[in-house]
Ligand binder design. Structure first.
Ligand code: ADP
Ligand code: ASP
Ligand code: MG
Length: 411
């Protein structure tokens, strides 16, 4: 046994955004190693690089083949991993950069959003045993037959880190980013947002799925399943960060822990479909067959009960495909028309305390109403309430709800 502890540190795009930042990452890794720990790094592509590559792909092809996109996008992480390994070597420690394939991150073949099936990590274990720092290129894997590179969806380096930490049974998985931890709302939108010392896996999963991009939602799901000890902290400071952990007793005393906002959906409405059994099934079967995931659904029936309007939301990236298929189904059903609305925002409040405390929904709706914000759709689960509103009110709604639920620094 070489190290006292095995620590996985993941550094996001901003944290490796310049050569100075990469050097700072190397210094932190070397310091952790010299405290007699085993250290594994997972790095993202340098800030803006993935977006730049996506833009370039779009200039080559209107709808780039997903296999080629994965080949292209995985290169961003490869660059930062190699540079980070060099920086570590320059500080006098030995390091080895590894791609997803070299780590043995085996995935299914759903390009651009692959799921991890297995993490072998033999070379990572070997590197640690040899006293080296392993630097893993995040966000990528390889198909089972080792023939194609895959990527794990936007923000996927978080998942790489958590999956590697689970496979190695690491003592800690640290997610280093550009904020001090998980806040009650996006601190770049709500200035008064407060950093949380700890948050339950369930709440973090809801916040991440509902738009808080500080952690990729699948990484939280994975961390929860394998109980990976996870901490979110800043690569720019020495602050302790936020622990993402199993729920404890005091967590239920807080009704709302955080607010999230998702502006990446569009709303489609099929107007005037006959109100009879089987209609919703026909529409949503057709959408599902296109591989499009529907989020919220609302159906209104006309006063005389003869026709219905069905509204639903889908990811913005699927809006074109969703509109085409919905339009053709609507025509075949004799519906009046299909309307698409893309300037919407889904605002959500999340808290395990909602299981035992009542009144959160009423307060949310009242706060929106006091600010003249119309609610277009509502959905709830045990620990969250979401409202779709006009996109232009998203920041106002976040700030006002934050205030109404007393989440601010002085709240
Ligand atoms: P990285 O590149 O390190 O992966 P991301 O940009 O993916 O970083 O995630 C960090 C960002 O998440 C922050 O800059 C912040 O704007 C945003 N964010 C959204 N919601 C929250 C929240 N509740 N707490 C902290 N950050 C949040
Ligand atoms: N570089 C990828 C992205 O921008 C993965 C990551 O940063 O986690 O989505
Ligand atoms: Mg991220």
């Amino acid at each position: 046994m070489l190290g006292k502890k095995l620590i996985v540190q993941k550094y996001g795009g901003t944290s490796v955004g310049t050569k100075e930042r990469i050097m700072a990452v190397a210094e932190r890794a070397v310091k952790t190693k010299r405290q007699n720990n085993g250290v594994v790094l997972v790095v993202s592509a340098m800030a803006g690089e993935t977006d730049r590559l996506i833009r370039m792909a779009g200039e080559m092809h209107e709808n780039p083949p997903e296999r080629e996109l994965d080949m292209l996008l995985s290169s961003g992480e490869r660059i930062s991993a190699a540079l980070t390994a060099m920086a570590i070597e320059s500080l006098g420690e030995r390091a080895v950069s590894l791609t997803g394939r070299q780590v043995g991150i085996i995935t299914d073949s759903m390009h651009t959003r692959a799921k991890i099936e297995q993490v072998k990590a033999e070379r990572v274990r070997q590197a640690i045993d040899d006293g080296m720092i392993a630097v893993i290129a995040g966000f990528q894997g390889i198909t089972v037959d080792l023939s194609d590179v895959t990527t794990l969806g936007r923000g996927g380096s978080d998942l790489t880190a958590v999956a590697v930490a689970a496979a190695l049974k690491a003592d800690l998985c640290e997610i280093y980013t550009d904020v001090d931890g998980v806040y009650t709302a996006d601190p770049n939108v709500v200035k008064n947002a407060r950093k949380l010392d700890k948050i339950s896996y369930d709440e973090m999963l809801e916040l991440a799925s509902l738009g808080a991009k500080v952690l990729q939602s699948r990484s939280v799901e994975f961390a929860s399943k394998y109980e990976v000890p996870l901490v979110v902290r800043s690569s720019f400071s020495g602050e302790p960060g936020t622990l993402v952990m199993k729920e404890d007793k005091d967590m239920e005393n807080v009704v709302v822990s955080g607010i999230a906002c998702d502006k990446n959906q569009v709303k489609l409405t099929v107007m005037g479909v006959p109100d009879k059994p089987g209609i919703a099934a026909i529409i949503f079967k057709a959408v599902a067959e296109k591989g499009i995931v529907v989020d919220m659904i609302v159906q209104n029936v006309s006063a005389d009960g003869s026709v219905a309007d069905i509204s639903f939301t889908v990811p913005k990236t699927d809006s074109k495909g969703a509109l085409e298929i919905t339009q053709s189904v609507a025509d075949s059903l004799g519906a009046k028309t299909v309307i698409i609305k893309d300037d919407i925002a889904k605002i959500s409040i999340v808290g395990v305390g909602m299981r035992i405390h009542s009144g959160a929904a009423a307060r949310m709706f009242q706060t929106l109403s006091d600010n003249n914000i119309n609610i277009l759709m509502i959905s709830t689960s045990e620990i969250k309430i979401s409202c779709v509103i006009e996109g232009k009110y998203s920041e106002l709604a976040q700030r006002e709800l934050h205030e109404a639920f007393g989440l601010g620094k002085s709240g």
